[in-house]
Design a binder for this molecule. Structure first.
Ligand code: HEM
Length: 200
């Protein structure tokens, strides 16, 4: 419990740092762009941290790390919401028509928008009562959407970068390792199941 509280407050550090930069003139000539980039970047980092929990649990045999997954996932949603709000309020000034045009016409905004809608679904269903109401099997199936969200966010990042694609490629590499780990586990489980079935 103590560690989770520490993690909770620690997850605010990127926001505190960003506010510090805003107050003490640490941002560039285009502060809105800086805020959009920082919040989007942290939303993706928290998403990857959330997906790192299971491999860490299995590789190091530490079941206790599972309790941090929900906090990390919710903070990914928190930073993604700030990212979206920056675009909505500071970038588009609530110009709904221009926003709708952006969502329809610019593929990187379209995928970012779909990712955010799906993230909202996962965030809402992470409320304990709703999870209990849904039942574990349905909840787990729904939360597999996290893989689709990750792919959409990677596309969003890759599409928006105009020149140097090193950073999005690095994120794609890390995501590939995390997703590859799941595929490997799934294949192994299927193989074990087939083997035990044929032995019966
Ligand atoms: C409606 C939803 C979204 C909108 C409108 C949106 C919009 C934007 C915009 C305008 C940029 C900067 C583009 C530029 O530099 O030209 C950006 C960058 C980015 N966004 Fe989004 N985004 C959305 C959803 C998301 C979500 C859900 C995530 C992650 C979970 C995300 C992660 C990122 C990342 C990682 C960057 C690049 C940051 C960097 O350059 O370091 N975005 N987004």
């Amino acid at each position: 419990m103590k560690h989770n509280i520490l993690l909770f407050w620690g997850c605010f550090l990127p926001l505190i740092y960003l506010i510090g930069r805003l107050i003490f003139d640490g941002l560039s000539a285009n502060p809105i762009e800086d805020i959009t980039h920082a919040t989007g970047w942290w939303a993706l980092v928290f998403l990857l941290l959330t997906l790192s929990v299971t491999p860490i649990r299995v590789l190091f045999g530490k079941n206790s790390v599972l309790r941090y997954r929900r906090t990390l996932g919710l903070f990914s949603f928190f930073y993604a919401s700030l990212h979206f709000l920056t675009w909505l309020v500071l970038d588009q000034f609530f110009d709904w028509k221009a926003m709708l045009e952006d969502v329809i016409e610019r593929p990187y905004i379209t995928v970012g928008f779909v990712a955010l809608v799906l993230m909202s679904l996962l965030a809402i269903t992470s409320i304990y009562r709703l999870r209990r109401y849904m039942g574990n099997a349905v909840w787990l199936k729904l939360h597999r959407l996290v893989y689709l969200i990750l792919i959409l966010v990677l596309l969003h990042f890759f599409w928006l970068v105009k020149k140097d694609v090193t950073e999005p490629l690095l994120f794609i590499l890390i995501s590939g390792i995390l997703l590859g780990y799941r595929v490997d586990r799934w294949v192994r489980t299927q193989l074990t199941r087939t083997q035990s079935f044929s032995e019966k």
